[in-house]
Ligand binder design. Structure first.
Ligand SMILES: Cc1cc2nc3c(=O)[nH]c(=O)nc-3n(C[C@H](O)[C@H](O)[C@H](O)COP(=O)(O)O)c2cc1C
Length: 154
């Protein structure tokens, strides 16, 4: 079974909740799913990753949540090259923060792209000003993502 790894960056658990809600959607699509809520670079590159999904909220002023900072630092420092990695990205944010809206998700997206990884489809940006429960947007997005990118394997 192909492996989908979900990497979570969260302060208050919203992004982790999204990851957990998405697990059965990907299992039904034929994936083995692993969720990393204290991710390290080794979780991504130390074992095969057929598909990756990043669920990342923003804190501070466009900053990455602390639990995913080590991952981002290792990615920058080690610059492993991620050619062949396909990923999706769900950013949680709040547009009342203005210019830093979904800043962490955008930052991580740029880092992954710099390493040669290929994002499939558009990034989903969930705005807490408009959507109370991020799952309400993330679930249909994931279903559509699987469909449009032809990711179903079972
Ligand atoms: C102290 C603090 C700072 C925040 N800074 C930003 C920000 O700069 N940009 C943004 O889009 N959202 C910002 N947010 C909003 C969170 O990203 C948003 O509420 C998100 O849904 C939280 O998800 P989580 O439960 O996974 O941490 C901030 C929230 C808090 C509490």
């Amino acid at each position: 079974m192909p492996m989908l790894k979900i990497f979570v960056g969260t302060m208050y658990g919203g992004a982790l909740d999204v990851a957990e809600q998405l697990r059965p959607v990907f299992e039904e699509a034929g994936y083995e799913v692993a969720i990393f809520d204290q991710p390290t670079l080794n979780d991504l590159i130390g074992s095969p990753t057929d598909l990756a999904l990043f669920c990342v909220s923003t804190t501070g002023s466009g900053d990455l949540p602390g639990n995913i900072v080590p991952f981002a630092r290792e990615l920058e420092a080690q610059s492993p090259g991620l050619d062949g990695l396909r990923y999706g990205l769900i950013a949680l944010g709040d547009s009342s923060y203005g210019d830093t809206f979904c800043g962490a998700g955008r930052q991580l997206d740029a880092l992954l792209e710099d390493q040669g990884a290929q994002r499939l489809g558009e990034r989903l940006e969930v705005d807490a000003m408009e959507t109370f429960m991020a799952d309400d947007e993330a679930l249909p997005w994931a279903e559509q993502w699987i469909d449009e990118q032809q990711l179903k394997v079972a």
